[in-house]
Design a protein around this ligand. Structure first.
Ligand SMILES: [Zn+2]
Length: 120
């Protein structure tokens, strides 16, 4: 009778040890999965950080150029409008503004306004 109890106790303990071993193995898999995921997220995070820095640097490089272009386009656009008026035969200079030019006539004040700044 005593021996039967001893065997039973041993079997119970053995089963518990197996269960515990299985639980430990399961936990080990879970920890490994979390660590792998963590490493992957770290890599993605690093890549995204690099991309953001790259884009920010590109934007910093691009911004002054954009402003420059806009200012230049605005100037040349208004000058083009003046040139168009001048070509249609009207003064665009402050001295004779709006007055009619004779066909073939040119005005030094007008050409200075239209082309003077560019020659400088
Ligand atoms: Zn003029």
């Amino acid at each position: 009778m005593e021996q039967t109890n001893l065997l039973e106790e041993f079997m119970n303990l053995s089963n518990e040890a197996e269960e515990l071993s299985a639980k430990v193995a399961g936990l080990k898999d879970a920890v490994t999965a979390v660590l792998e995921q963590n490493a992957e997220l770290r890599m993605n995070n690093g890549r995204l950080r690099e991309r953001i820095e790259q884009l920010t640097a590109e934007q910093d490089d691009a911004e002054p150029t954009v402003v420059e272009h806009t200012a230049e386009a605005g100037m040349s656009k208004s000058r083009k409008n003046l040139e168009k008026i001048y070509m249609e035969g009207y003064h665009v200079c402050s001295k004779f503004y709006g007055q009619h030019l004779e066909p073939g006539e040119s005005c030094a004040f007008c050409t200075d306004i239209l082309y003077g700044e560019r020659q400088r």
